[in-house]
Design a protein around this ligand. Structure first.
Ligand code: NOJ
Length: 735
């Protein structure tokens, strides 16, 4: 439909109809067995209002979507179709590793492929919009939603944000297999105080602009269709009612022209947060801020008309919001075909097809991070007895908290993966302890979560017996999927107590322990690392998890994942991130000097730093070579290293390039990631890796809050992770 026609349509709509477009009804309005990803709200609306609604969320059955759309188009006075939205986070039916794991691939193009597959499956299933990617920068592993982010680095997050948006949306939203993407949560939801869910955010303006906004900006530059507001406050003002944030920052500075949706009930929560007296004021605040769609409450539907009648709001504000929503519907081609790509036959054919599983297997293998390896991996295929012990040995729920359509029956467990990889081994499989502790009650999106195959009291003894008999023990440990994700904040980052006991008992009787950790967050793995010969961080790897782990264990695939988020030494270190600042008294290792920036009881260093990860081979680095040591504004200079595989296996190295501004008008991070390259090398093979440095890479918000660079000396670090000291120095001259 041409834009003029859309405007004609808008002009012909009644105020009630327009307000309807701004309302998103939860799935319980349409089906009995609804999936609620937030609290059920009181609505008190009748059929006419339901028929005017502009969108809905979390309806997944394509047959039901078809019926609802048929009905909606018939009953909406101008036959305007509904938008069907849902949280397709790390896969639709084919489940990929969680986003944090995808970040560890350091391969945005792979995440793009995962998004393409998700879009293809979801659009055949009748969906139009996904609430993904979540690009919130995360530094505090206590916050359960770190699993949904691609990590702690603004540069890496920005690359992933753009790639994922492009993956979902393709070239044109009308194209078959494309869905609209909604980036979230604007803004700074990833910095809740004390890592506690929905908590307030206290952040400097400089940090907001420099660290937190770039990934949203990248998604918007990539053409993302929608932005979701966040639950948190920012500078004491809730984001969902924050006019400065939505208008000045999002619309004017960042240049977003698409649809803004509230998070679930976030408009109504302005009352509980204490900035709105009642629903009417909440509606006013959100509308003035520029929130187009009210997700899952009746605040807009019950109050906007009155606010206009009272002259508090202007109808043109409503018109602008409605036009944005109609434009999105038009871009998706819904006026011509309200069902878009919905096709039951294709839906069945695409879901979990071999091609999609292949991508899921690669993504899972490439996302896992080998944290420790004392020459025990890769496993040799020979007759030996392997004891596979722990609650994740046979667990099928390997897809994390945000996978609403993942089914256990479609997942390859670790046990199956190992059996498929090597039929000659004797595999003893014992669960040992439950995933959930005895009195724990845990709720997920579909209600109470229960233990799968609970163990008997003797299970621990069986585990010890198996460990005694085995040549090698593989311990499959971790958190329950619902220990992370929304509402999954935790104050202790160690593994559950019963698993630590299992680990202790087993590692005492067998010294050849390989620990595989399933989790949605970085954990405190000190005890595990100390007692294991090898530790593999498997995250929640998705449908092909078991196969992917077996690929790595047997060396069919070389481990190549690198940490996108720091693993703390202990919970007391968080929030922790590699791009911190120097204090005036940085710790120099001398404990006799009390007056330095350090802890008395733990080291300053994390257990595993950002960018860290092992493979089955070793690489050497030459010194950093610079093409010149002075540059000016128009210039670029090249930094290079020669990387050589000096081990016995082929392998992939992720060569990482960081910069440090040594002196500026404001304090600058000790280093910042500016580039990386993955290089595959055979034993004895080497490659020259080059990074180009230009002045724009050196910009930051200076003393006057101008985004600019300043003259001076910079250090270039190129190496295997964020702690590399392989460095060279150059000067920037501005005239
Ligand atoms: C609340 C979550 O914060 C958001 O990320 C999600 O998209 C909505 N619920 C809808 O499920």
């Amino acid at each position: 439909m041409e834009r003029m026609k859309l405007i004609e349509l808008l002009n012909d709509m009644s105020l009630e109809e327009k307000i309807g477009q701004l309302v998103q009804l939860s799935s319980n309005f349409y089906e009995d067995e609804a999936v609620l990803t937030g609290p059920a709200m009181e609505f008190g609306i009748g059929e006419a209002e339901i028929n005017h609604a502009g969108s809905t969320l979390s309806i997944f059955d394509p047959k039901i979507i078809k019926q609802i759309q048929e009905n909606a188009v018939k009953k909406q006075p101008h036959n305007i179709p509904l938008l069907f939205m849902a949280d397709i986070i790390n896969g639709y039916k084919t489940i990929f590793p969680i986003p944090l794991a995808q970040g560890c691939t350091f391969q945005p193009e792979l995440a793009k492929k995962c998004a393409e597959v998700s879009a293809k499956e979801a659009s055949a299933g009748g969906l139009h919009v996904t609430f993904s990617p979540m690009v919130d920068l995360v530094r505090d592993a206590r916050w359960g939603r770190v699993m949904e982010s691609t990590g702690e680095d603004k540069y890496l997050n920005s690359l992933f944000a753009a790639a994922i948006v492009q993956g979902y949306q393709g070239k044109d939203l009308k194209d078959k297999g494309s869905i609209a993407s909604c980036v979230k949560h604007f803004a700074a939801y990833g910095a809740p105080t004390a890592g506690k869910e929905y908590n307030n955010v206290e952040l400097s303006l400089r940090s907001l602009k420099e660290d937190y906004l770039p990934a949203y900006q990248a998604a918007i530059d990539a053409g993302v269709s929608m932005v979701m507001t966040s639950f948190n406050t920012l500078d004491r003002i809730p984001a969902t009612g924050n006019k400065w944030l939505m208008q000045d920052v999002l619309r004017k500075q960042i240049g977003f022209e698409g649809v803004v949706i509230s998070d679930w009930a976030a408009i109504e929560e302005l009352i509980t947060q204490g900035v709105a007296q009642d629903k009417e004021e909440a509606a006013q605040l959100a509308m003035v801020a520029g929130v187009d769609i009210d997700m899952a409450t009746n605040v807009y539907i019950k109050n906007l008309k009155r606010l206009i009648e009272k002259g508090i709001l202007n109808e043109t504000q409503i018109d602008e919001a409605v036009l944005r929503i109609l434009t999105l519907k038009n871009e998706l081609g819904l006026f011509e075909n309200p069902y878009k790509d919905l096709d039951i036959e294709e839906y069945s054919r695409y879901n979990l097809c071999p091609e999609h599983r292949k991508i899921a297997r690669k993504a899972a293998a490439d996302s896992m991070v080998l944290l420790k390896n004392d020459a025990i991996l890769p496993l040799k295929k020979k007759e030996q007895c392997i004891a596979l012990i722990g609650p994740y040995a046979e667990e099928m729920h390997l897809y994390g908290a945000w996978s609403l359509l993942g089914e256990d029956s479609n997942t390859i467990s670790l046990k199956s993966g190992m059996e498929l990889a090597d039929a000659d081994n004797e595999l003893l499989c014992v669960k040992g302890v439950n995933l959930l502790s005895e009195k724990e009650t845990l709720y997920g999106f579909k209600g109470l979560v229960s233990e799968s195959n609970p163990v008997t009291k003797d299970a621990m003894k069986e585990a010890i017996k198996a460990a005694q008999k085995a040549d090698i023990v593989i311990l499959a440990l971790g958190e329950h999927a619902y220990h992370s994700g929304e509402g999954g904040s935790k104050a202790d980052l160690r593994l559950p107590k019963q698993q630590r006991e299992l680990f202790k008992a087993v590692s005492q009787v067998n010294k050849n322990c390989i620990s595989i950790i399933f989790s949605g967050r970085p954990m405190d793995l000190r005890e595990i690392a100390e007692g294991s010969k090898s530790v593999l961080q498997a995250w929640f790897p998705g449908s092909e998890g078991g196969n992917a782990i077996a690929d790595l264990l047997y060396g069919i695939v070389s481990p190549s994942g690198r940490l996108a988020m720091t693993f703390p030494y202990s919970t007391g270190q968080v929030p922790i991130h590699y791009d911190h600042f120097n204090t005036g008294r940085p710790f120099n290792g001398d404990h006799k000097n009390r007056f330095q920036s350090k802890y008395l009881d733990i080291p300053n260093e994390p257990l595993y730093p950002f960018g860290y990860g092992l493979g089955y081979t070793k690489f050497s680095y030459s010194e950093v070579k610079l093409s010149k040591t002075n540059m000016n504004k128009q210039d670029t200079l090249t930094a290079s290293v020669v990387v050589k595989n000096i081990g016995e296996h082929e392998g992939i190295e992720t060569v990482q390039f960081y910069l440090q501004d040594q002196k500026a008008s404001v304090v600058r991070p000790v280093r910042e990631l500016k580039g990386f390259q993955r290089v595959f090398l055979q034993p004895a093979e080497s490659a020259e890796i080059k990074f180009e440095i230009s002045e724009d890479m050196l910009r930051f918000y200076n003393y006057n809050m101008d985004y600019t660079s300043e003259e001076g000396t910079f250090l270039v670090f190129i190496g295997e992770n964020s702690t590399t000291m392989n460095q060279a120095e150059f000067k920037l001259q501005l005239c």
